[in-house]
Write a protein that binds this ligand. Structure first.
Ligand SMILES: *Cc1c(COP(=O)(O)O)cnc(C)c1O
Length: 735
């Protein structure tokens, strides 16, 4: 089966390899490749929001002909092509050097969303970005990972705010022609690669391939003419419909994903489900082992030995639970292939505290995966607490769940200008062989002035970006000038600028800032030491409470009382996120502890020398060291009372510490104490919160033992769940 291409109409022979560069997202995190593409036509580059496929389709052929004769360009081109060859060679890198006996292995990584580039809108937020960064670091480290996900052909959704700031939703613009996606054809040239059954009829699955450096991502698509019209829609929207739609999507991802890999001749030795959406992948493998003749206990043991499960949800209500009749209608008699009756199948997903008759995706994953983790140290602990019921009588600390803290991908998130600055201490192109551990302390050697000037440049870039966004909206949507204020056109380069950008979920508490408007107004409009706030984020389409908070922020950005010092940037995505985490002075994060499992936007800010102010939740509970930002102390309260205490702490910190530190300048106008904090932010971010560190952790602790198929020392759940009505077997009790 071969992927097709032909997306890029014409390239002169001397630079024909640009097609390979454009069709591998590797360019996104390689400085030279990025420049090579940008230099083709900086204006179109910017207008296409850095989409090389779209750019190459638009660029003037004369320009390409000119470049193909330009000596300097050809030299740059040759270097990038060489670098690309090295970047996709599976035999060089940390993994093959460390585990030479496991070079031919494959790790399959399943996730419902992947956030890789703004031109491929198949993610909604943190989970997807994390999955994207995971793939990129796996590529850098030459870990033999492949990704499996769904291609949402109508994307997530575009944010359309009405005249009152209420979020309506429309389909995202999605055109596979301008994406680096390649359709894989089956042997007879049909688009069907695998088939599964749902609701009593076959669903044909097509596959698109996306190259992320060395890593291939396979995206499943049911929008094929062979399918029933209802089934064609199954992969239209991310988190789009109700329970039934969601269950079917997870069925396609899990069961369909395994079958697609089999059809492509790929045999992973380790299988990672990133969040419970992918649990059916383990169930399908259980079915395969049983079909091979293993006993139920042996099959479960094999699945467990090779499965990795990462949970991201610290609250009971956030997990996927499906009711029996729904499972019945979607999965039909699939359970027979497991040698189970219907009740036995339901037992696989039984939650210890819940009634029979519901299938809990996380509970099933705990039963079928030996290697389980939460996404920060604190979240590991919260997860052990939530799931002790599966090991009755155990102390919480003995529940076999670890914390592997999330990270972010340096090459994707650190500004180009800062990378150049770091060349001074680490050498040119240092990110190819990045500093480890204490090497990051060498950031202290950088000149304070240079850091500050680079930061000011990035801040101006952000403000220019706000203005350009405002101009675009003015042209197409808005006819009322107050919107220009709300979009940030009155923001200036001098005031302390605070960024708050994330999904508008109520637990993230953007509302905390508005609890006492008079106090907020005093903070923002201080004539000598003003403060600016930039917000961005989408609310989940079904979350009206979050939409109301968003609307409050949106209105505030247009209110004269705040004197143009609050901005709301519409349509938060990776592109907007880049500008924000690189250009603000302070990153603000206000989750209600312990609702934020990890949080990664603050890590992106930190890598860009931007300190964070946050509650001690998620990564900040371990990342805050007293010198890299500020922490709202942990309060022993709940609900409104907790909000009141945190609000007071937040404003006290802002008024007494943050603002005075930012405005304390030396004779040359340099905020020395602030810059010291900026350096600490970058040092801590680089040392402990990159996906390079994270993927190494997953590899050493989970993937390698899974690839070796080690079954000794397994410590499965011991809640007395008996599978089936008697004969089929039981969830192992440590045999
Ligand atoms: C990083 C990122 C997120 C996740 O940020 P949190 O801090 O976890 O809220 C969400 N959306 C986008 C576009 C991002 O880049």
């Amino acid at each position: 089966m071969t992927p097709d291409s032909g997306k890029i109409p014409y390239l002169p022979e001397p630079i024909a390899g640009l097609e390979r560069v454009a069709l591998n997202l590797w360019w996104r995190w390689d400085r030279r490749a990025r420049l090579l593409l940008r230099n083709i036509d900086p204006t179109i580059w910017s207008a296409t929001r850095h989409n090389p496929v779209a750019m190459l389709r638009q660029v003037d052929p004369n320009r390409l002909a000119h470049l193909s004769r330009d000596k300097k360009y050809l030299a740059d081109y040759a270097r990038v092509m060489e670098e690309l060859d090295r970047a996709i060679d599976p035999t060089v890198g940390w993994y093959p050097e460390t585990f030479p006996d496991l070079q031919d292995a494959t790790v399959a990584y399943f996730c419902a969303e992947f956030g890789l580039h703004n031109s491929i809108p198949i993610y909604s937020g943190g989970l997807g970005i994390l999955a994207g960064d995971h793939c990129k670091s796996a590529s850098d480290l030459a870990v033999p990972l492949i990704g499996v996900g769904l291609l949402y052909s109508k994307g997530y959704f575009d944010q359309q705010l009405d005249r009152e700031g209420w979020q309506g939703d429309s389909d995202e613009v999605f055109d596979p022609k301008i994406m680096p996606l390649m359709q894989i054809h089956g042997p007879d040239d049909s688009r069907t690669v695998a088939v599964l059954e749902t609701a009593g009829r076959p669903v044909h699955i097509g596959v698109w391939q996306l190259n992320v450096g060395r890593v291939q991502l396979y995206l499943l698509d049911t929008n094929l003419p062979e399918n029933d019209p209802a089934d064609r829609e199954l992969t239209y929207k991310l988190y789009g419909g109700g329970q039934e739609y969601r269950l079917k999507q997870e069925w396609v991802l899990g069961v369909g994903g395994v079958r697609v890999l089999r059809a492509l001749g790929i045999s992973p030795g380790a299988w990672h489900a990133n969040e419970g959406h992918a649990t059916f992948m383990m169930v399908e493998r259980l079915r395969e082992y049983l079909a091979e003749g293993l006993s139920f206990d042996e099959a479960v043991q094999q699945v467990r030995a090779r499965s990795v499960f990462t949970t991201h949800t610290p609250v009971a209500a956030g997990h996927d639970i499906f009711y029996e009749d729904l499972l019945d209608s979607v999965c039909g008699d699939y359970h027979e292939g497991l040698g189970l009756d219907r009740a036995g199948f339901m037992e696989l997903g039984r939650h210890p505290d819940m009634n029979h008759g519901s299938f809990h995706m996380t509970a099933a994953a705990f039963r079928l995966a030996r290697h389980v983790n939460g996404v920060a140290k604190l979240h590991g602990q919260v997860t052990r607490e939530l799931w002790t019921g599966l090991w009755p009588g155990r102390e919480q600390e003995d529940v076999p769940v670890v914390g592997i803290t999330n990270g972010v991908h340096v090459g994707s998130w650190m500004s180009h200008h800062l990378m150049i600055l770091l060349d001074e201490v680490y050498g040119e192109y240092w990110e190819k062989n990045p500093p480890e551990g204490a090497d990051w302390d060498r950031i202290l050697e950088l000149d304070d002035h240079r850091i500050w000037e680079t930061h000011r440049l990035l801040k101006r870039t952000l403000l220019d970006f706000c203005r350009e966004q405002a101009r675009q909206r003015w042209k197409t949507f808005w006819k009322d000038t107050t919107h220009l204020v709300g979009a940030g056109t009155l923001l200036g380069p001098e005031p302390l600028t605070i960024g708050f950008a994330r999904r508008f979920a109520t637990y993230k508490r953007a509302s905390l800032l508005f609890k006492d408007e008079a106090r907020l107004r005093r903070l923002l409009t201080d004539p000598h030491r003003p403060v600016q706030l930039i917000f961005s984020g989408k609310a989940h389409p079904a979350d009206d409470e979050a939409k109301a908070v968003l609307q409050r922020v949106w209105r505030a950005s247009r209110e004269a009382q705040f004197e143009g010092r609050i901005a709301f940037m519409e349509d938060y995505d990776v592109h907007v996120a880049h500008r924000l985490v690189q250009g603000v002075d302070l990153w603000l994060n206000l989750p209600r502890v312990p609702m934020e499992a990890s949080g990664t936007s603050g890590m992106k800010a930190a890598l860009n020398f931007v300190p964070q102010l946050s509650t001690l939740d998620g990564w900040w509970a371990e990342g805050f060291n007293g010198e890299n930002g500020w922490a709202i102390p942990k309060a022993e309260a709940e609900g409104d009372e907790l909000d009141a205490i945190d609000h007071e702490s937040l404003f006290t910190l802002l008024e007494r510490e943050v603002v005075p530190t930012y405005y304390a300048r030396d004779a040359r106008g340099l905020p020395t104490a602030w810059v010291a904090m900026m350096k600490q932010a970058a040092i801590v971010g680089g040392k402990d919160f990159t996906t390079r560190r994270m993927v190494k952790d997953y590899t050493e602790r989970f993937y390698v033992p899974a690839l070796r198929g080690i079954t000794e020392g397994d410590d499965p759940p011991t809640d007395a769940v008996v599978i089936g009505s008697g004969s089929a077997g039981s969830i192992p009790t440590g045999s």
